[in-house]
Write a protein that binds this ligand. Structure first.
Ligand code: NAD
Length: 261
């Protein structure tokens, strides 16, 4: 159990990749703060399930990642409840697919706020405690879209390129403080986020669902397989270990070879 007596905050962990990461940290003995949107009863079921299955403490913060004051309150709640935030995963994210000339301004602002600015706000609040304790792990869920672009995803690609830059900057600022800052850049992972963009991509490109899956999504991924949430979570766990203490400022691809091409 590599994370015993540590606390992990995982944004956007009521679903998909974030939930898998929170569960993997709990399995390693961490107290966890889960966060995200969704049905209250479902979230409570997940939270209680984590406590029961892994014998750790889990709390839920409903902080909206578009709201800086709620984000600061989430970090404060974690520190007050558990005494520290040792591992921070900035994972909350949304997608919207549209040609740029029709891209709704409010969607652009929302994606930039959730997928990029929220990480600035969590990091800003959590770094002082990490520096004081001389230990911290910050992991940002970026994307293959932090390295390359696809059409019709202007806000998402801009935000993900931004988070890759933020990762490098904070890695340099914290390098002598026992803190590492990295991003994981998955290709297509089968989660609700991917499922939800299929209808919009069908519309934007005039394709069937099968064509979107095979000719757009898996077309990009040389292995022709989706990444799994558990594979992403396993890399996140590795980044918290001593073996990974010299990995900082890195953008780690897990994309079935997508960005190699
Ligand atoms: P998901 O839709 O399953 O999960 C997204 C999470 O973010 C949910 O818990 C949701 O409630 C939360 N969220 C959304 N808006 C929020 C807000 N305003 N405040 C707080 N939480 C909010 O999606 P996922 O696929 O698990 O995506 C997680 C991350 O992984 C995202 O940053 C996404 O960009 C990234 N990613 C996903 C893929 C993929 O193929 N699924 C690939 C690369 C990167």
């Amino acid at each position: 159990m590599t994370l015993k007596s540590k606390t992990a905050v995982v944004t956007g962990s009521t679903s998909g990749i974030g939930l898998a990461i929170a569960r993997a940290f709990a399995k390693e003995g961490a107290s966890v703060v889960i966060n995200g949107m969704g049905d209250a009863a479902e979230i409570e079921k997940e939270r209680a399930g984590i406590e029961k299955e892994f014998g750790v403490k889990a709390i839920y913060s409903p902080a909206d990642m578009t709201k800086p004051d709620e984000i600061a309150a989430m970090i404060a709640l974690a520190e007050k409840t558990f005494g520290s935030v040792d591992v921070l995963v900035n994972n909350a994210g949304i997608q919207f697919v549209s040609p740029v000339e029709e891209f709704p301004i409010e969607k652009w602002n929302q994606i930039l706020a959730i997928n990029l600015s929220s990480a600035f706000h969590t990091i800003r609040a959590a770094v002082p405690g990490m520096k004081a304790r001389k230990w911290g792990r910050i992991i940002n869920t970026a994307s293959a879209h932090s390295l390359i672009a696809s059409p019709f995803k202007s806000a998402y690609v801009a935000a993900k390129h931004g988070i890759a830059g933020l990762t490098k900057t904070i890695a340099l600022e914290t390098a002598t403080h026992g803190i590492t800052v990295n991003c994981i850049s998955p290709g297509y992972v089968w989660t609700p986020l991917v499922e939800r963009q299929i209808p919009d991509t069908m519309k934007a490109r005039g394709l069937t669902k099968e064509q979107v899956i095979n000719d757009v999504l898996l077309e990009a991924q040389p292995t022709k397989q989706f990444v799994t949430v558990d594979q992403v979570a396993a890399l996140a766990v590795f980044l918290t270990t001593d073996a990974a203490s010299q990995i900082t400022g890195a953008n780690l691809s897990m994309d079935g070879g997508w960005t190699a091409g």
